[in-house]
Write a protein that binds this ligand. Sequence first.
Ligand SMILES: [Fe+2]
Length: 176
Amino acid sequence: MNMAATTATRPGLDELVTGISGIVARRLRPRETAYAVADLLRDRLPGPGLLTPQEREGSPDGYVSRVLHAQEDFSIVTVVWRPGQYTVIHDHVSWCAFGILSGIEHETLYRDMGDHLVEIGRADNRPGEVSGFAPPGDIHMVRNTSDEIGISVHVYGADVGRLGSSVRRVYDLPVR
Ligand SMILES: [Fe+2]
């Protein structure tokens, strides 16, 4: 029996885990941790070989999140989106740093006004670009606006494997 396909190390993953572990051990404030992890991603952004060719195809049913590594204080997640696929409006359980491998993650940011949301900004995140943020003020929706498959790496300051998701709340409010 050949188990190579399921046990092979993902290129660049061990290095990221080691680097991120060193940062979270410094116990910085959440926003500073996110920025430090973003700097690490900028220097060591993995290539598409982090995912198998099959994983890189995504799904016609919606974007695909995949937890590559999870421990108590951080998780590494990849997201694969076909052109036009998008998230619901949501915020997050923890700080996050992310880097784009392919496609364009177009982000729309919102403020919660209680009974509705207002749009407060937009950003295009392109291949090679890296960002970090920490709650509060992290309500957004994300769409792959490019015409190619989008792939990104997200690092969250929580055990997403245990929680099941990085989403704190989904916002089903009108946007005015
Ligand atoms: Fe998000």
